[in-house]
Design a protein around this ligand. Structure first.
Ligand SMILES: [Zn+2]
Length: 288
């Protein structure tokens, strides 16, 4: 991939807040990464739970008296900033990093955490990292669920099914009634990564299963902290997209006609990542 293309694609992906192809196909070079300035904000959700928002995916920081549990770790160039923000609220070391999925804007700092923390993801997310030659693949994986117990606190990691990829985990903080959804909820309309095993058909059922959990607050994969009702709205929008595109396919509408509807009603920019990685895969999946 030419540098120009990487830069152009990177700009497009950053606009959408999801930059895994730029990351996986063009491994970070020290110089370029140093040139990148982290731009993040630390938000308090509870006395022991913070969220770091800005570059890439949203990071959750759960503080216990035996160490910190972190959910997702943005890009490689965000590592120092993530650590500085954690150190501003606790002296405890990071013991666990839970990756919601393999994309480089959620797992980009893994290589820096791996020497001193345990990183956990689904087995499929790890497979996708290995396939993408991403550094810092987790040593510990699970298929359906796993729990982390630290300092008398519990965090539950669950796989509810396909959606954004084939390996998205959600992370539940039962004591706080907070759910980190990863990119199963991000932006206004779904980004379906078919090369990463994503599925629009299964997405709503995946969210339905997650919504059976008892929670009030949602940390989405990208964007501001939300409520459970916002997750239902998102789920209904996912299902509306699936039904509308399925109907158009049944009516033998052309690719261009469907593209226009997806663009006008769901905000998929013609040159954006949702289109590039999701559109043709979506048509192929819904035709079946
Ligand atoms: Zn993603």
């Amino acid at each position: 991939m030419s540098r120009t293309l990487v830069v152009r694609l990177s700009a497009t992906f950053l606009a959408l807040g999801c930059a895994w192809i730029a990351y996986t196909q063009a491994p970070p070079q020290q110089g370029k990464q140093q040139a990148k300035q982290a731009n993040n904000k630390l938000n308090k959700i509870a006395d022991d739970l913070y969220e770091i928002e800005g570059d890439g995916g949203n990071v959750a920081v759960y503080i216990t008296n035996e160490g910190v549990i972190v959910v997702d770790d943005k890009f490689e160039y965000d590592f120092n900033d993530i650590m500085a923000k954690i150190k501003s609220v606790t002296a405890q070391p990071v013991k666990y990093v839970l990756n919601t999925h393999h994309h480089g804007d959620h797992s980009g700092s893994n290589e820096h955490f791996l020497p001193t923390a345990e990183i956990i993801s689904t087995a499929n997310a790890r497979k996708n990292m290995i396939n993408g030659k991403q550094p810092g693949a987790p040593r510990v994986v699970f298929t359906d669920e796993t729990d982390v117990f630290l300092g008398g606190k519990q965090v539950q990691m669950r796989y509810f099914g396909r959606g954004h990829t084939n390996g998205d985990a959600m992370v539940y903080f039962p004591a706080l009634k907070v759910l980190h959804t990863g990119d199963l909820m991000a932006g206004a309309s779904p980004l379906i990564d078919y090369s990463g095993g994503g599925s629009l058909k299964e997405w709503a059922a995946t969210l339905d299963a997650a919504m059976k959990l008892d929670f009030d607050t949602v940390i989405p994969g990208h964007g501001p902290v939300a409520k459970k009702a916002d997750m239902l709205t998102y789920r209904n929008n996912v299902e509306k997209l699936r039904m509308e595109v399925s109907d158009m396919l049944r009516q033998n509408k052309s690719r261009d006609e469907i593209a226009k509807v997806v663009q006008d009603k769901y905000g998929w920019a013609p040159t954006g990542l949702q289109f590039q990685v999701g559109f043709d895969g979506m048509l192929a999946e819904l035709k079946r």
